[in-house]
Design a protein around this ligand. Structure first.
Ligand code: GUN
Ligand code: ZN
Length: 431
């Protein structure tokens, strides 16, 4: 079953669409096909043209459904699968009341392994084929996260969280232990198959200066790894960061000082940025990550996408499970659209679907591997059904254009609209 011809309406973006009607930004084949061999895309185009070169391939026909690159979720928390939908006042209250309690359970490898099943099932049911995930402080959580991704053949980025202060004792490492365990995990997992390591100091509030220095030393030793953290999500959090690091110029300046910022740095949330912080992000190439369902759920604030793009900063977009409220990147677009509306900014459906596929891959520097349906990339794909529910089907009867169909999918769609998900050409949904 290593050679397959997958038929359907095929859509893949080459660059970010500049606006409504920018149809040169993507390739669309109404009667299209993707020819997959050994997990890679070997041809893409009109089905009739591709059939001749795929005589020995198994044919899978998705008919009217849309075939896109698999979705990419650039910020989520593996140990929060049982935190999602927990009532709280704001970020710090929610962290202390639920998250820092629940994450203690991930000291137990058997628990991590059981949770990893639900975590990856959730991603794949929602069409997400790559995630950038935080573990808990325990190396066991990263072990389970990576081994299950490897078993499923997924491209995943992740790391054990480093945190050595201001949380329950059972959740703390030390500067030295965080360094040693992260280094060992890099050695075991970074570059193994489709896996990448992200050095993961949780945020300035839970790391001492000694630990941020150790994280900076890891980044210097392993510049090929990613670095992920949180910044400027919530006003109380920002105040606290400034109290703890009172000689830093601002919150971003803390991470800047310890050498954590580069093109491979992912900065979760990045909502309440000051002008100097935006300059530093632009200069270092660090990537802010917009997490709309989380930002609304925790009342954190409204991400300024247009403001950052005007400075040449192309952020990523993500669920932030379990501060985020859905595994679905479609629902993430739905809420993201509304956040930007409140900012007086618009998210066109072409730009939206480019963002959760090619755009996120570009933020990760991985477009040679994921995010498009270009020949040579991995056959990670999602198949979308705009008529997945009776209400969607009723609405779809009035649709005339591809843009309208995509907009319906991102506003009304969720896991029910995912007809199939492919990882390396292998179908993940039964039936
Ligand atoms: N800041 C530090 N840790 C977290 C977390 O787990 N979730 C969110 N949303 N923000 C954080
Ligand atoms: Zn987060």
């Amino acid at each position: 079953m290593s050679e397959t011809l997958v038929l359907g309406r095929v859509l893949s973006f080459h660059r970010r669409p500049e606006g409504v009607g920018d149809e040169a930004a993507f390739a669309y084949h109404e009667a299209g096909a993707v020819h997959v061999n050994d997990g890679r895309i070997v041809a893409v185009g009109e089905a009739e043209a591709l059939r001749a070169g795929a005589k020995s391939a198994m044919i899978v026909d998705h008919e009217e459904h849309l075939i896109l690159p698999g979705f990419i979720d650039t910020h989520l928390h593996f140990p929060q699968v049982q935190v999602l939908a927990s009532w709280g006042k704001d970020l710090l209250d929610w962290l202390n009341r639920y998250t820092f309690v629940e994450e203690q359970r991930f000291a137990d490898l058997a628990h991590c392994e059981a949770m990893a099943q639900g975590f990856y099932d959730g991603l794949l049911n929602n069409g997400t084929t790559t995630g950038v995930a935080y573990g808990s402080v325990h190396a066991t959580s990263a072990e389970a996260m990576f081994s299950e991704a490897e078993r499923r053949g997924m491209c995943m980025i992740g790391g054990k969280v480093m945190m050595d202060c201001h949380a329950p004792d059972a959740l703390l490492d030390t500067a030295q232990r965080g360094y040693d365990e992260s280094l060992a995990l890099i050695g075991r997992w970074h570059g193994k198959g489709r896996l990448h390591y992200a050095i993961t100091p949780r945020f300035a509030l839970t790391s001492t200066p000694a630990q941020l220095e150790a994280a900076g030393a890891l980044c210097a030793k392993h510049p090929e790894c990613y670095m992920q953290t949180h910044v400027s999500e919530n006003l109380r959090e920002i105040e606290r960061a400034k109290e703890l690091y009172e000689d830093a110029p601002d919150y971003v300046g803390i991470y800047e000082r310890y050498g954590l910022l580069s093109e491979r740095a992912l900065l979760g949330h990045a909502i309440h940025l000051e002008p100097r912080e935006i300059d530093v992000i632009a200069d270092t190439g660090a990537k802010p990550v917009f997490c709309p369902t989380s930002n609304l759920f925790l009342g954190s604030g409204l991400y300024d996408d247009a403001g950052l793009r005007a400075r040449g900063i192309h952020g990523a977009i993500a669920t932030d499970i379990g501060g985020g409220t859905s595994y679905s990147m479609l629902q993430t677009l739905n809420e993201g659209y509304k956040v930007l509306q409140l900012r007086g900014q618009q998210m066109h459906p072409y730009a939206a679907f480019d963002w959760i596929t090619r755009g996120n891959a570009e933020a990760l520097g991985l477009t040679h591997e994921i995010g498009t349906l270009e020949v040579g990339t991995a056959a990670d794909m999602v198949v979308l059904d705009a008529r997945a529910t009776p209400e969607m089907a009723l609405r779809a009867d009035r649709i005339e254009t591809l843009a309208e169909e995509l907009f319906l999918l991102m506003i009304m769609g969720d896991d029910r609209a995912i007809a199939q998900t492919y990882v390396g050409g292998a179908a993940q949904k039964s039936g």
